[in-house]
Design a protein around this ligand. Structure first.
Ligand code: AQP
Length: 337
């Protein structure tokens, strides 16, 4: 039996940070040899919130280069740009027409982001989960790595696929679309903001001081850790609900140092912030150094990156177009003449 197929992506909205790395990209890298991976730059998703057209292409290239710099290996992983595969948009339309509106209105992320956008909220933001369903279903993915925040969207993807199979599949045939399962990691890393340990670290936070970006210089990292929110208590502990910042910074140290949580708990139990912050700073700088060096090499040769994305797009289109044709046939479309 062949390897199971995994699909995932990150939006090219700039400011790629330690949360994106520890919560997504590093996990893809660690598990990549076990699976056949399709990893894309989600540029169609990026315009569901107001965006700057002069930045979109540059952000797309930066993110693709970071995928490689973080260790994605082309022997195991296909890297491509979502908008280079037009089947994503086309399948979204077909799925839109079988998705009940109230399924989308119930999505928590829509409700949260819609509040931020007020009256300008776009139909695209409401429709974002259908695009995500199309992303996954086009590749007949077996597994989708999901964080807590995306679980509801994967459920919706399964519901849409089941509905299409039920309404348009033939009982004695293979289902038209494969229902994907979540790929749950043993230790889910949720990285929180440096300014508030109860909110997640996020690209769209207006404060640069809330996140460590993957391309931050050592000086920037040092400055941000020096300024990050802590508490006045001596002795550092995990999992104290009254100390969310302490838990977050210890978790960052654990994840980046590669040490076990129990060992870090002992190492830091008597430390004050004055001792811990330099340790964390050095650990972050050292962890990001190889990524940043590789990133410089990759971006120095734009034609290499272009060729990776061209090849990836070609491979992705071949699979995606096949699924799209199957769906169109099931829905009763005639073939193009
Ligand atoms: N703070 C985080 N901790 C752990 N994982 C995180 N991810 C994002 N932030 C954290 C994971 O990164 C992947 C890609 O995210 P995305 O760019 O598609 O959208 P997002 O989750 O909305 O990321 P941001 O940074 O929070 O962006 P904005 O501010 O634009 O909304 C996902 O796998 C996500 O779980």
């Amino acid at each position: 039996m062949g390897k199971q197929r995994v699909l995932s992506g990150v939006q090219p909205t700039g400011n790629y940070h330690l949360g994106n790395y520890l919560g997504a990209i590093r996990n893809w890298v660690e598990g990549q040899s076990e699976y056949e991976n399709y990893l894309f730059v989600a540029d169609l998703h990026a315009i569901t919130v107001p965006h700057d057209p002069t930045q979109l292409a540059a952000d797309t290239y930066t993110l693709a280069a970071l995928y490689l710099a973080c260790g994605l290996d082309l022997n195991h992983s296909t890297i491509f740009v979502q908008s280079h595969v037009s089947a994503h948009s086309e399948l979204t339309w077909l799925l839109n027409c079988i998705t009940p509106l109230n399924w989308l209105q119930d999505m928590i992320q829509f409700k949260e982001k819609a509040v931020k956008q007020g009256e300008n909220v776009s139909a695209g933001l409401l429709d974002y989960p259908v695009l995500m369903a199309a992303d996954i279903l086009l590749y007949q993915a077996d597994k989708v790595p999901v964080g807590e925040d995306q679980k509801q969207h994967l459920e919706l993807t399964r519901d849409i696929a089941a509905r299409l199979n039920h309404q348009f599949g033939k009982p004695d045939h293979q289902p038209v679309l494969k229902l994907p399962d979540p790929l749950i990691r043993k230790e889910g890393a949720r990285v929180m903001s440096l300014a508030d340990g109860t909110r997640k670290m996020s690209k769209s936070d207006p404060s640069e001081l809330s996140r460590i970006s993957l391309l931050d210089s050592p000086e920037q990292i040092q400055y941000k850790i020096k300024r990050c929110k802590t508490d006045p208590i001596r002795g550092l502990t995990f999992d104290d609900p009254a100390r969310p910042e302490c838990n977050n910074l210890l978790t960052l140290y654990t994840l980046l140092s590669g040490k076990r949580k129990e060992d870090v708990a002992v190492e830091c139990q008597d430390m004050g912030w004055g001792q811990f912050k330099p340790l964390l700073t050095d650990t972050i700088i050292e962890s990001l150094k190889p990524i940043q060096e590789k990133y410089q090499v990759i971006t120095a040769d734009k034609s290499y990156l272009e060729s990776v994305l061209r090849d990836g797009g070609e491979k992705a289109r071949a699979i995606a177009n096949q699924t799209l044709s199957q769906v169109k046939a099931a829905l009763g479309y005639s073939l193009p003449l």
